[in-house]
Design a binder for this molecule. Structure first.
Ligand SMILES: [Zn+2]
Length: 390
């Protein structure tokens, strides 16, 4: 009898342990991965707030879909949800699909042999078909996005064409807070080496894609891979197909050789969605001046991030300094926001605090017209042209 009781007690203990694991681990991991550093922030002036409230704001890169947390729930951790996007006066947010990250991830050298996202997918109790397939992980992220949009009843709308951007802007011009959500991809390893999977991703709503993430893949070498090669033959075929469909090519994380290959063959403007500039923060993933000028010559766009790897500091002034560098060497038309919110980074403020960038740009001497361009005007122009088929 006692033995039986002990056994039942043990089984109950294991069940409680499993429940606790699946309930708490995803949240603990998420909140420890996507942090705010708590360092001091300047007081916002009435002038900055007034200008900020009048802006059309676009952010080129968020990884919120990776996490179990729903955009519909106001969370007290992480960087982004619907309420905080509204508080930050965001008009259009691009949500990226992360499908595979190496363990021990670093900026210098990573192989494709390990993957953290498999364990994350299981611990978040994602559908089993996402456990083993990178393509299915992205299709699942698109389903999550569609589900959020359906439940918000027009507070959030899907962006798949220039017309949908116009409709969203029109709704906002009448005083609404409608937010456009567009899907992108962080590394085309989710093609699983097959051209036809590009069509499946496009059909699911993806309109932008980074070629590689933290490791070299079938499409291109990564800045953080072991070989860092350029575009493969398959990669060239994919870039041509993306341009034809109206899927914007994102060179963030791509190796220097791949960036050169893309800019050599590009028939359409490309984006570097999230990162920094080497002149202000000398990390290998940041753009050097030649690359900035080449992106400008291509009519492209550069999203500046808010974390230490991008701007060597998390202060709004450092973000503005990187933007000022691009303005001074290439022009104002090529600058945008590329937060990398919820992308395993630590920031000074979450998306509800974007007014800090407006204020820092004012303090850095940007005119109101320049601030309008940086905070979203450039991105709206770029996206409207880039997501239409050739
Ligand atoms: Zn990234």
């Amino acid at each position: 009898m006692t033995k039986k009781r002990l056994l039942y007690g043990f089984i109950l203990f294991i069940i409680l342990l499993v429940i606790a694991y699946f309930t708490f681990i995803p949240k603990i991991f998420d909140s420890n991965t996507n942090k705010i550093d708590g360092k001091p922030l300047p007081t916002i002036t009435a002038e900055a707030q007034k200008l900020h409230d009048s802006l059309t704001i676009v952010d080129l890169h968020s990884d919120t879909l990776l996490w179990k947390r729903s955009l519909l729930d106001d969370a007290d951790y992480g960087h982004m949800d619907l309420g905080r996007l509204q508080d930050g006066n965001v008009a259009l947010q691009i949500f990226s699909s992360v499908t595979k990250t190496p363990s021990g991830q670093n900026y210098d050298s990573n192989s494709d042999e390990s993957d953290n996202i498999t364990l994350l997918a299981i611990s978040q109790l994602q559908p089993i078909h996402t456990w083993n397939s990178l393509l299915n992980r992205s299709l699942y992220h698109a389903e999550k996005m569609d589900d959020v949009v359906a439940k918000t009843k027009d507070a959030m709308v899907t962006i798949k064409s220039s017309r949908s951007i116009d409709r969203m802007l029109n709704a906002r011009s009448n005083g609404g807070k409608r937010i456009g959500a567009m899907l992108s991809i962080e590394g085309l390893q989710n093609l699983e080496g097959k051209r036809e999977n590009l069509d499946k991703l496009y059909d699911a709503g993806f309109r932008m894609a980074g070629l590689a993430h933290f490791f070299d893949n079938e499409v291109a070498g990564s800045m953080h891979g072991t070989k860092k090669y350029g575009l493969t033959d398959f990669g060239k075929e994919i870039v041509i197909a993306m341009e034809e469909k109206g899927m914007i090519v994102d060179i963030a994380h791509a190796s220097r050789a791949a960036v050169t290959d893309v800019l050599t063959m590009a028939r359409r403007p490309v984006v570097s969605s999230h990162g920094g500039v080497q002149a202000k923060c000398n990390a290998n993933r940041n753009l050097n001046d030649d690359e900035i000028l080449a992106i400008a010559a291509n009519g492209g766009l550069i999203g500046i991030g808010y974390w230490e790897g991008a701007v060597c500091d998390t202060s709004p002034a450092s973000i503005a300094a990187a933007m000022k560098h691009i303005r001074d060497i290439a022009g104002i038309d090529y600058i945008a926001l590329g937060s990398d919110y919820d992308g395993a980074i630590t920031a000074r403020f979450d998306t509800s605090g974007l007014v800090h960038i407006t204020q820092a740009l004012m303090e850095a001497g940007f005119t109101n017209a320049e601030i309008r361009a940086v905070m979203g005007g450039n991105a709206i122009r770029f996206l409207k042209a880039g997501i239409e088929p050739l």
